[in-house]
Design a protein around this ligand. Sequence first.
Ligand SMILES: N[C@@H](CCC(=O)N[C@@H](CS)C(=O)NCC(=O)O)C(=O)O
Length: 226
Amino acid sequence: MTRKMFDLCADNDIRFSPYCCRARMALAHKGLEAEFIPVGFSRIAEATDGFSKTVPVLVDGETKVADSWEIALYLEDAYPDRPLLFDGEGGRNLAKFVEQWANMALHPPILKSIIVDVHDRLLPEDQTYFRESREKRLQAPLEEIQARRDDHRKALNAALMPLRQLLRQRPFLSGEAPRFADFIVFGSLQWPRLISDYQLLGEDDPVAEWFSRCLDLFDGFGRSAG
Ligand SMILES: N[C@@H](CCC(=O)N[C@@H](CS)C(=O)NCC(=O)O)C(=O)O
């Protein structure tokens, strides 16, 4: 296949990266097939021939694109006749806000809730790198961070309030049908679902109901990924 995407993997081939999930969903939305090549943290630069230190990286024929946002923009421009990821220029701008919100308001409490689970389920060769880099960034031992997971879960649920309110009024973040903004937040929540048993959302939460609708998209593509 000429189209391939480097996709972060943990042990047992768990594909847990929120950013890779966003790109996988964007490809599925466009109806584009790709080979998803598993790569652990320690091998990203080597696997991509030095092209990127992070995944996802999409290789589409002669074109190489790193970064989930850039991949979505590339797919929208390269495949304009396929289902749209954004509603025009304004839609792109609003989706960019959603990306910043998810990365800055949702990811810190999600990561802190499951950080030991992530560590323990990584490939053995990636565990030391993960522990050292994350403990340096967060200035605390992983175990100490995750021990306060109930507080982190509360912080996440408070940050989700605007989305929760919105999803009481419509089926998808983007309206009647999903767009890339939905896939952004979906990727954020797939990450804990795939790599931890800790429940971050209540069952009767409109966010959990929307998440389940997203899992069903593209013949259950999200349920099978990972
Ligand atoms: N802004 C980038 C972020 C990509 C990113 O940080 N990916 C993580 C995987 S979840 C990664 O490759 N990290 C490499 C590392 O921490 O060394 C995107 O949206 O693609």
